[in-house]
Ligand binder design. Sequence first.
Ligand code: NAP
Length: 439
Amino acid sequence: MRHIAIIGSGPAGYYTAEAAQKQWGDDIRVDVFDMLPVPYGLIRTGVAPDHQSIKGVAKRYEATALSENVRFVGNVMIGKDVSIAELQQCYDAVVIATGAPHDRKLDLPGENLANVYGSAAFVGWYNGHPLFADLDPDLSHDTAVVIGMGNVALDVTRILSKTRAEFAGSDIVAHALDVLDTSKLKRIVVLGRRGPHQIMMTPKELGELSHLSRAAPRVDPADLPELGEDALLEPGLRKSVTHLRSFAAIPESHYADCPIEIEFDFFASPKAILGTEQVEGIEVERTVVEAGRATGTGETYVIPAGLVVCCIGYRSSPIPDVPFDERAGKFANDEGRILPGIYCVGWARRGPSGTIGTNRPDGFSVVEKIAEDIAAGLLGHGGKPGRAGFDEIAAARGLDVVTFRDWKKIEAEEEARARSDAPREKFVDVAEMIRARGE
Ligand code: NAP
């Protein structure tokens, strides 16, 4: 019997557990740890609340979680409650699947002003992540700036644009819905330091901006390259650019009846965030793009704004005693191998890119590496205590471990207290989650 500990119960974690089951069948025991009492990581707290079909993949993870040889171990923080070295004493392999929960920094003056948020915090707020539930952003200004031209920028822009009625069927948390109801936003500027041909937004997500009840996208036709140049783009990006072209063709009269404009500001690199206590604006430098790279032109301007959300990517969170690549913001690894017996997978391995599905081959690949290392005799000859060893440590420390059965009770409580048009009302506080588990 071999034992694997997976740290993180998001997509990368559960795809790795699934791959381990396929590889070893009854000869494996897998413990999936999470610092929260609830599973699924990014599916719960990252994927947008109005993208329920994407969240549906959790059913697949549940099937893995419910199998005999996989166990969910919630409410345990590795690196704090239990060390990596202790896990290694219990398990043959430790796989880090903790994603990239921290915001990349802009490193610009004013970044710490009030009402300037990174997307990890802002997305965590509207998705009910306990760490960000208290964010309470101020939406009483008429302009917000969203920095970045990726899918997270689109998620944030869409959430800021929707009416309460448009959230029907979503699991946006009540505290976010209440604040969004107070919004006075009239203009959301989406800032990209490069041009329309360099956006990271995917077509389906970009197309959603055309169907908002009180907001419409605006693209300046002068920013678009010659139509013929689109032929050189890969098909997905070409489709996204086609959406931008359709936004540029929206007649001016349409905006007269439209309470919120979503303005794409291309070739615009942030220089400083302005304000005394709370953000009051952002200074931006015009760029030109040559060979795919943005260069400043020296021409600057100020966009007055009362809210800034930086959607410029994420970093992983280091774990004591595990080598970390500070520059890249992820674990130092060679195709998922960090140190003998310690591996990483998903965003913790490759950085924050790709879709949920990208993590499936990642999970299978790391399990292949573990199998190779076992075959090469690098992971000992078995006989580690596995779950029983961890349970002893947990009992000695009085850790309040949350099981998958506990989670199912929490989930039932979240479903029972949902708004009539929502699948669930999440608990946003760890103590409340634990209470919901009952005795
Ligand atoms: P992303 O796709 O990498 O986009 C980051 C954006 O930030 C880019 O436009 C980048 O511009 C810009 N940026 C980076 N540093 C900057 C700086 N210093 N100043 C100004 N702009 C800067 O990252 P993401 O949006 O966080 O998404 C992460 C991953 O999750 C992606 O793979 C995404 O597709 C995925 N995701 C998918 C969905 C979905 O499928 N519905 C939803 C959300 C996220 P440059 O290109 O110029 O660097």
